[in-house]
Design a protein around this ligand. Structure first.
Ligand code: GFP
Length: 792
């Protein structure tokens, strides 16, 4: 139904909500007015869904996550409400460019990487499937830092998305919960009572998460920290202005930034405070809702499935036990069982540095009652499993992965390989004790955002061939299979990709002043910068290629554009060096008249969800080149494949399952397996041997160490090269030759349209399984025991 007066509604919001006259309105004003007009369309459905869930007494899914990388919400809402035509018509009638208005929205950068984006895809799928759910997290005043480059070096600036009116959220003034830290545990009438020394308020802010076709909507509830008492007028009147503001500033610190630096003691304390803050507030909220709706506490697991997204909310185990036992009088053993019946835990990494450990001292100081309960839980677990004690504390530290495992009824990995490795490595002993607890749920991505909305050309083509059912049932992409033999379909497929590439090329020229040939192969690696993800393997291959082209400038080179984007953690020096090197290489290579017909390199700043939405539909090749065994799953790999970019990749994470589905001939595999990497790493001098065996690699490393890319600072990359030629834990050198060879297979395939386009199209047709709808169905069946409900 097209509302002919939608433009009037927008204008009304502009005037009456923003107090702005249309003649003087900025693009931002119009975008906010449009958002409010779209929001009006979803609020009724949102309230109706929450009413229906309450009426049905439905089991709810509670997703606790330190990150929700939701990106822009306006386009999501427009697409899921099917308002595309209406919005387009209204904005055009107002003389505005729909693209410009939509792109004006800042990304909500409330996350760092895959874990946070997965949480966002899950929220969308839960709503699209009609599963009652609430996502709980922190409303960071500053999300992930904004990245720019100064002379090629990463510079971090605070992200200030909240300085604008955040149109999507509703502040729930009646939902303010009190939380404590520190203090002591005393005994009163034979019961332990925690007397916290410091208290803050958690203030709820709700954002509707609307599902496909607006049939259902859930809530993302984010907590901000506020002081217990308002402003200290007394101190202020005594002229002590700083002290008057101090309590407030301290409280607000908790929700100030995502991942504060935790290399210092104070940073660690703040991080643990953040984790407890959002977890404890969410659990109180969950219990209040349960109690409001009536029911015996022992039935909590029938009504609440609480998913812990990684170890960040792992304090939920002892906290829920505390709420049930200390505060509601449930016997301890029963409280532990009840909590376990509700809780489940997703592990996202096997990297030891990411499996959180908190010092017992800090835990005792900040959460003294929890420390006691952790000991009780540990003792109860040991008693249930005689002879096989896995300690929740070791070397003066509390191990949050083990705690989450012990307090969860299910623990899941995020790809088949990762889940197997989890059983064999980090949780081997716990797995032996609880052989049914670990399950796999391979990640997925929402097709609404990552295909339908991000890639309208390809979406139209697919819909033309098989109808629109695929958008909420991505397995239907399989029915494209007969079209893959139709030259007209393949032509149209290629035309759509070329048009996306031409758009990207135009944007690169306009926004970054870089000219690229849209006919070249767009080779894309976009993700967090980390040694295990091996952006340095990619740049070394780039250098080697550049040197080969220079040596033979008239060779039959397949033109390539190497595109990188991603942020390095502020304290991660080596990752920052990788960024610097890529930027330095780009400067030299792009200015080389001998080679730049064939090779361009760029590192795009400030990678975020919106940039991914721009790059993925235009990519030809997806770089998924992590050291095997290190990438738990990946989700970018799924987005690229779905959008018709074959993968060059190792047998790691979900790459394995992608390859199984698209077929080995449609995937450029290279490198060692996880098992082989273990063996190789044990070989003395593995890096030097690999370098000696491959002159291209040797030449590339030499060029870097001699300062070819840093002529004014020739020694800049000595340390970098030293790391690779010596330690090389991530086996960049040992996988180099295989990677080089795979890249040349890519060249050959890309040069032959009769090979390339069917391969690209097969990637689209065969990756419907990677929908997050499928993943959510898996969690529902194997972990949550929740079911969708009919909104009617
Ligand atoms: C982590 C893992 C990825 C995985 C995501 C989501 O990502 O392999 O795909 O979680 O499960 F490393 P980051 O948050 O670390 O980027």
């Amino acid at each position: 139904m097209i509302d002919a007066r939608f433009s009037d509604t927008i204008t009304r919001h502009l005037i009456y909500a923003l107090g702005t006259d249309p003649d003087h309105a900025t693009l931002r004003d119009w975008r906010i007015a449009l958002s409010l007009a779209v929001r009006d369309r979803l609020v009724d459905r949102w309230l109706a869904a929450s009413h229906a869930a309450r009426k049905a007494g439905a089991k709810r899914v509670y997703y606790l996550s330190m990150e929700f990388l939701i990106g822009r919400l306006l386009e999501d809402a427009i697409v899921n409400l099917r308002l595309e035509d209406e919005v387009r018509a209204a904005l055009s009638a107002l003389g505005l460019s729909p693209e410009a208005v939509i792109q004006d929205e800042p990304d909500a950068a409330l996350g760092n990487g895959g874990l946070g984006r997965l949480a966002a895809c899950f929220m969308e799928s839960l709503a699209s499937l009609g599963v009652p759910a609430i996502g709980y997290g922190i409303r960071y005043e500053h999300g992930l830092f904004r990245q720019s480059f100064v002379e090629g070096r990463q510079v971090e600036e605070p992200e200030d998305w909240l300085t604008q009116y955040h149109t999507w959220e509703f502040k729930r003034r009646n939902v303010r919960l009190r939380l404590c830290f520190g203090g002591e545990v005393v005994e009163e009438a034979g019961k332990a009572v925690w007397r916290g020394a410091e208290a803050v308020m958690a203030q709820a802010h709700d954002t509707p998460m609307i599902g496909w076709q607006g049939r259902w909507a859930n809530t993302l509830r984010l907590w901000s920290a506020e002081p217990l008492h308002g402003f200290d007028l007394d101190r202020f009147n005594r002229g002590d202005y700083a002290a008057a503001a101090e309590a407030e500033a301290l409280a607000r610190t908790i929700s100030r930034v995502l991942y504060p630096d935790d290399t210092t003691e104070r940073g660690k304390e703040l991080r643990l405070k953040q984790e407890y803050f959002f977890t404890a507030a969410s659990l109180q909220d969950i219990l209040h809702r349960f109690e409001d709706e009536g029911g015996a506490l022992a039935d909590l697991p029938k009504k609440a499935a609480i998913q812990l997204n990684d170890t960040h909310p792992a304090i939920a185990g002892p906290e829920l036990v505390r709420l049930l036992h200390d505060e509601r009088g449930m016997p301890l053993d029963q409280a532990i069982e009840t909590a376990r019946g509700c809780l489940s835990y997703t592990n996202h990494t096997l990297m030891p540095e990411a499996l959180e450990c908190w010092s017992e001292d800090l835990m005792t100081r900040l959460l003294p009652r929890h420390m006691q309960l952790i000991e009780r839980i540990d003792a109860a677990h040991a008693a249930e499993n005689p002879g096989r004690k896995v300690a929740l504390t070791a070397h003066g530290e509390v191990r949050m992965g083990e705690l989450a495992f012990v307090m969860a009824h299910k623990v899941n990995g995020v790809s088949a390989l990762h889940t197997d490795l989890m059983k064999q490595t980090v949780f081997a002993e716990l797995h032996r004790m609880h052989p049914d607890r670990i399950v796999n749920q391979t990640n997925g991505v929402t097709p609404r955002r990552w295909l339908f909305s991000a890639n309208p050309r390809l979406s139209r083509l697919i819909t033309g061939a098989i109808g629109e059912g695929w958008v909420c049932d991505l397995d239907q992409l399989e029915t494209l299979e007969p079209s893959l033999r139709d030259p007209a379909f393949l032509d149209a497929y290629a035309t759509a990709k070329r048009a996306n590439k031409a758009d990207l090329a135009a944007w690169l020229a306009e926004a970054h002043g870089i000219t690229v040939d849209p006919e070249a192969l767009f080779d894309v690696q976009i993700k967090r910068i980390h040694e295990y993800k091996r952006q340095h393997l990619n740049i070394l291959e780039t250098i080697a290629l550049w040197r080969e082209i220079k040596a033979n400038p008239n060779g039959p080179w397949v033109p390539r554009v190497k595109i990188f984007a991603g942020k390095a953690a502020p304290g991660y020096a080596f990752a920052k060096e990788i960024i610097h090197l890529i930027n330095d290489v780009a400067t030299v290579v792009n200015a080389d008249p001998e080679t730049n017909r064939f090779l361009k390199v760029m590192f795009l700043p400030n990678y975020n969800v919106s940039l991914a939405e721009r790059l993925i539909p235009a990519a030809d090749l997806s770089e998924q080149i992590s050291t095997a065994g290190k990438e738990a799953s990946g989700t970018g790999n799924m987005k690229f494949a779905l959008n018709g970019a074959p993968t060059i990749g190792t047998l790691d994470g979900a790459n394995v399952e992608i390859r199984d589905r698209v077929g080995e001939e449609n995937f450029f595999l290279f490198g060692m397996t996880a098992e082989e990497t273990e063996i190789r790493r044990a070989a003395p001098d593995h890096a030097r041997q690999a370098i000696a065996a491959d002159t291209r690699l040797g030449g590339a490393l030499k060029a870097v160490s001699q300062g070819v890319f840093s002529p004014r600072d020739r020694h800049r990359y000595r340390g970098f090269v030293g790391n690779l030629t010596g330690h090389d834990y991530f086996l960049v050198c040992s996988d180099f030759t295989a990677y080089w060879d795979a890249q040349r297979r890519v060249d050959a395939a890309f040069a032959d349209p009769g090979v390339w386009w069917p391969m690209a199209a097969r990637n689209t047709a065969r990756t419907g399984w990677f929908s997050s709808d499928r993943t959510i169905r898996g969690y529902m069946a194997d972990i949550w025991g929740a079911v969708p409900i009919d909104p009617a």
